[in-house]
Design a protein around this ligand. Structure first.
Ligand SMILES: C[S@@+](CC[C@H](N)C(=O)[O-])C[C@H]1O[C@@H](n2cnc3c(N)ncnc32)[C@H](O)[C@@H]1O
Length: 326
């Protein structure tokens, strides 16, 4: 039986009754003024972070949400798009699509500004999106792509990312939240379809995850958040020692790939403290004296290699909030 069947069965069950232990992180839900989220959507929050960042969204944009779950983030995206069909939500599990539709109807009863027509829920698969090329401004998935196999076990993650890249317009944004592992997970865990479907054993390392995102052509990446997610305790799982999984929130932008590789922002800053008003590295980065400027990891490394006493480069915070050098 392929792991896809197990995934289907797990999420059919998760649609029929909320599963308290599935995915989720102890994090306050994103507060948006005048949005009342139905309780059932909170109970069915199967994400491991947030993919909704107000600075990614503008009114009138068209958004795609892959793996609708209980509909919480599709509703939050509709808060920004506010047009019929402004959000397309795709899910291959009929029971999940049906419950998301019911939950969105409940949201319409609680929120006078919201109309269920703002979200179009479609049957579809992340591996073959039912959406034309270059047709959406924004795409998101939360806690789904970690389930997909990487090169050692198949190659569904690369396929799913390539699909997201295909459907986004140039400069469009892909927001994702997924667990990552500190080291490659043992094969015995990776091949456990139940744990994989429950977002516990399929996740790649952060380095691998980022390399898969850049391999399909995303030229700019921001790591917006990184926090502990689950402990794979050696007493419960087939691991020699405990493994702490983390969850990350990443936004990838469909910019052209720079010749020296993607710009990856991890929250690093460069600060010039010399006697001139600005420092120009001759590569397009101008640092005003005394003002921390966000830089991507490539630029941070290049500036450190200059070994100048009037340049300070701060470490990764893993909480990048935009702006930058590239
Ligand atoms: C872990 S849940 C996340 C749900 C939602 N994103 C959230 O944050 O609550 C995974 C979701 O992806 C759906 N799903 C499973 N396989 C899929 C696939 N191949 N393509 C698209 N969605 C899929 C499941 O039915 C479920 O709704």
């Amino acid at each position: 039986m392929s792991y896809h069947t197990t995934v289907h069965n797990v999420y059919k069950k998760a649609a029929e009754a909320p599963q308290a232990s599935l995915c989720c992180v102890p994090q306050s839900p994103l507060y948006l003024p005048e949005l009342t989220v139905p309780e059932i959507m909170h109970a069915m929050n199967y994400g491991c972070g947030s993919t909704v960042h107000p600075d990614d969204m503008s009114p009138g944009q068209r958004a795609l949400y892959v793996g609708v779950g209980g509909g919480l983030e599709a509703l939050q995206l509709a808060y920004f798009t506010r047009t019929p069909g402004g959000v397309i939500a795709v899910d291959p599990v009929k029971e999940m699509r049906d419950v998301a539709k019911e939950n969105l109807e409940e949201a319409a009863r609680l929120n006078p500004w919201f109309d269920p027509s703002f979200v179009t829920i479609c049957d579809g698969d992340a591996l073959e999106l039912p959406v034309p090329d270059d047709s959406v401004d924004f795409a998101a998935q939360n806690c789904l792509f970690n389930i997909f196999t990487t090169a050692e076990d198949g190659n569904d993650l690369a396929q799913a990312l390539a699909e997201m890249h295909r459907v986004l317009r140039p400069a469009g944004r892909l927001a994702m939240s997924d667990p990552v592992a500190p080291q490659p997970l043992p094969v015995e865990l990776r091949q456990d379809a139940g744990l994989r479907a429950a977002c516990l054993s399929g996740c790649p390392t952060l380095e691998h995850y980022l390399s898969e995102i850049t391999a399909v052509g995303f030229g700019t990446i921001m790591i917006r958040s990184r926090r502990p997610y689950r402990l794979l305790d050696h007493k419960r799982y087939p691991v020699d020692q405990d493994i702490l999984l983390e969850s990350v929130e990443v936004t990838a932008i469909k910019t052209p790939m720079p010749s020296d590789g993607a710009c990856i922002f991890t929250g690093r800053m460069a600060i010039y403290s010399g006697s001139d008003e600005t420092f120009d590295d001759g590569q397009g980065h101008i640092l005003p004296a005394g003002m921390p400027m966000p830089v991507c990891d490539k630029t941070a490394t290049a500036l450190e290699l200059l070994e100048r006493p009037d340049l300070k480069v701060t470490p990764s915070t893993w909480h990048d909030s935009g702006g930058g050098c590239c």
